[in-house]
Design a protein around this ligand. Sequence first.
Ligand code: FAD
Ligand code: AMP
Length: 477
Amino acid sequence: MSQFDLVVIGGGPGGYEAAIRAAQLGFKVACIEKRVHKGKPSLGGTCLNVGCIPSKALLDSSHHYEDTLHGLDVHGISVENVQLDLAKLLARKDKVVDNLTGGVAQLLKGNGIEWLQGTGKLLAGKKVEFTPLDGSEAQVLEPKYVILATGSVPVNIPVAKVDEDLIVDSTGALEFQEVPKRLGVIGAGVIGLELGSVWRRLGAEVVVFEALDSFLPMADKALSKEYQKILTKQGLDIRIGAKVSGTEINNGQVTVQYNQAGEDKTEAFDKLIVCVGRKAYAEGLLAEDSGIKLTERGLVEVNDQCLTSVEGVYAIGDLVRGPMLAHKAMEEGVMAVERIHGHAAQVNYDTIISVIYTHPEAAWVGLTEEQAKEKGHEVKTGQFPFAVNGRALAANESQGFVKFVADAKTDRLLGMHVIGPGASDIVHQGMIALEFVSSVEDLQLMTFAHPTYSEVVHEAALAVDGRAIHAIQRKRK
Ligand code: FAD
Ligand code: AMP
């Protein structure tokens, strides 16, 4: 086998983007990926095969279904005899996945990157053992650099053991062959809310159990409060402070035992999705004498530049600290390669965007009002609703708001929080503003096209100083 400058272990978004950037910079690169998806070796990791992409395909299809059933009447359009072809809906999702994973294979090939189909293991002295999927003999590679990008897997809890039939994790929840009549979801995190929404839209009665006493505690309080209201109105039964303590299978149903407000309760479901978080995946990745240090939580220990405890070995994405998000993994992969090449690249962890792709979407970047106060900022905020935005009303998409958090003394923008139409795209305006260290005034002085959803961004920036035009502002400046 030819000699490689760089071996990337893991072909998810972190790994494959690192491999491509390295090839662009002239490195000879191999990417080891062991995943077999629906019988075929597959690149793209969790994200493309069983994560971001298939979940978004289902979210979009299920939104079309729900909108056709309930959202068209207001436009004066009536549709009769609406039918759901779930097999076709799932097949479309699979096609989208195939298209993208195949695309990554083409990209690697086109960039001259060797995809080694099989398992990688880091040995002492930065060597890599590659065990091919086809059962042929393992080989030892001696690259100059290694990037570990083996991602994460769902957390299992003993009180709800996944049986791939009645109790599934997020992967199983992408494959229900029938819409469950009653569906339980453990965990009101991003994945639980998205998957719960998919099956609710398709007709399931959905109950979401959340052990914590608050809903989405990592989000801005104004956002989480409004968001919980909207999702509840849509019919998601979100039980806060409800800790699942056991499950039992009876007559083809799963009975969930849980405790809420000190009371033990039970409830029966046709299916149960366990969405209680993800954990770094390093099984079989590291020889005992590889020299790589792990944290207590099993993450690979890295510095700000993703360098591990072994010179020349980097680790990125879900395998290391920070939010488990595809875009964070991608940027870390590119940064690691740029560092190897001698560039002073850096990921700005303060501007990593969070999105929940429900309808409406929720998205935020930077500090929440509560975090800004904790950090000692004197805080000012501005919030503006989509309810009075011309474009939102025209589209009948008028739920939610944009909120800015800023420093009252310096006028510096600290955070942006959005619920509403296209929030996942709108929030990028806040990300760019934060990257450029904008003041609120910078945004106030810009001209936003009319009529657009983005005008709410402008109005929210104006509202920080009591200057929003389409609202009666009591505190003006
Ligand atoms: P992964 O994508 O997990 O890729 C790692 C790859 O390494 C895997 O394919 C694995 O097979 C391979 N591997 C592991 N060990 C070895 C080995 N020893 N040898 C060879 N190969 C190995 N994130 C977002 O940003 N937006 C979203 O909308 C979003 N939605 C999600 C929805 C769901 C249902 C789930 C489950 C996740 C979602 N995520 C989302 C999270 C996102 O998928 C991950 O953050 C992202 O995939 C992490 O990328 P990664 O490259 O670190 O790892
Ligand atoms: P996330 O880590 O964002 O995907 O969210 C997972 C959620 O699952 C967290 O908010 C946890 O509090 C919640 N959770 C974990 N275990 C349980 C349990 N036994 N019952 C109910 N909720 C749980």
